[in-house]
Ligand binder design. Structure first.
Ligand code: AMP
Length: 259
């Protein structure tokens, strides 16, 4: 496996691409393994993107552990780890990506983190421009992000037939979605966080909210939405339960399919 820092060193023949912010765990490994299903080389990018963090968020504190990440990426079957600096990523001028509706209308992460998807779309666009992937793999864990990236790729033509592949959320044995931010949780908070997993299967917004509040979580939103637009659910269409809540000072997000 190669570890590279410059876009010019990326494979020229196209690749399966897994963008990450590092602090890799088994959720990321699941993406890399899923990407490792064809003859195409798997490229994992590791870049903690400053522009998707608001000034009050955890950009400085975000866990960084490149050596360990390299081992995890290698074990999961990556051929290349691409770890650019911010100077390299933001070197070239690029027109802003117009945000798709799913990045501005649902009033979920877009409301709580108003600059977040602008940062995400613009860094992912830059990474796609560098890597020119055939397929790119995103976790359902960040469900609104997945829908935003799918919409961005439909809207922009410059990545050709790029396919966005959705990978189911990897969970711990207690059901809690794996996340780099789980490292911030105390063992007591981790117990509390289980309420999120229970709430996702309730199927009624009142019930979700009651359970989360009862468990002592500071709920940002706990909603049931149309699984595609993330707007109000439509009779007969797939629905998704989506939650953001703080456990102590750690903000967690999770979501699940509803029958
Ligand atoms: P991050 O490093 O947190 O930006 O995540 C990089 C990619 O890994 C994103 O596509 C995430 O949705 C995905 N991811 C993070 N956690 C999980 C998980 N528990 N299961 C599946 N995918 C995940």
């Amino acid at each position: 496996m190669r570890v590279i820092h410059e876009p010019s060193e990326l494979p020229k023949e196209g690749c399966n691409f897994v963008p990450t912010m590092g602090a890799l765990h088994e959720g990321h490994s699941a993406l890399i393994q899923e990407a490792n299903n064809s003859h195409l080389p798997v490229v994992v990018s590791i870049f903690v993107n400053p522009t998707q963090f608001a000034p009050n968020e955890d950009f400085e504190a975000y866990p960084r552990m490149l050596d360990q990440d390299i081992e995890i990426a290698k074990a999961a079957g990556a051929e290349v780890v691409f770890a650019p600096t911010a100077e390299v990523v933001y070197e070239k001028e690029m027109n802003d990506i117009p945000l798709p509706k799913v990045a501005t209308e649902p009033k979920l992460e877009d409301a709580s983190r108003p600059t977040h998807f602008h940062g995400v779309c613009n860094v992912v666009a830059r990474l796609f421009d560098f890597a020119n992937p055939v397929n790119a793999f995103f976790g359902e864990k960040d469900y609104q992000q997945l829908k935003v990236i799918e919409a961005m790729v439909r809207q922009e033509s410059r990545w050709g037939d790029l396919e966005i592949v959705a990978v189911p959320t990897a969970r711990g044995i207690d059901g809690i979605a794996l996340s780099s931010r789980n490292a911030y949780l105390s063992s007591e908070e981790r117990m509390q966080a289980r309420a999120i997993v229970h709430a996702l299967s309730i199927g009624c917004e009142h019930g979700m909210m009651a359970l989360l509040v009862e468990a002592g979580l500071d709920v940002d939103y706990a909603v049931i939405r149309d699984a595609d637009s993330l707007l109000a659910p439509i009779e007969g269409c797939p629905r998704r339960a989506i939650i953001a809540a703080k456990v102590g000072s750690t903000r967690l997000i999770d979501n699940g399919e509803l029958p």
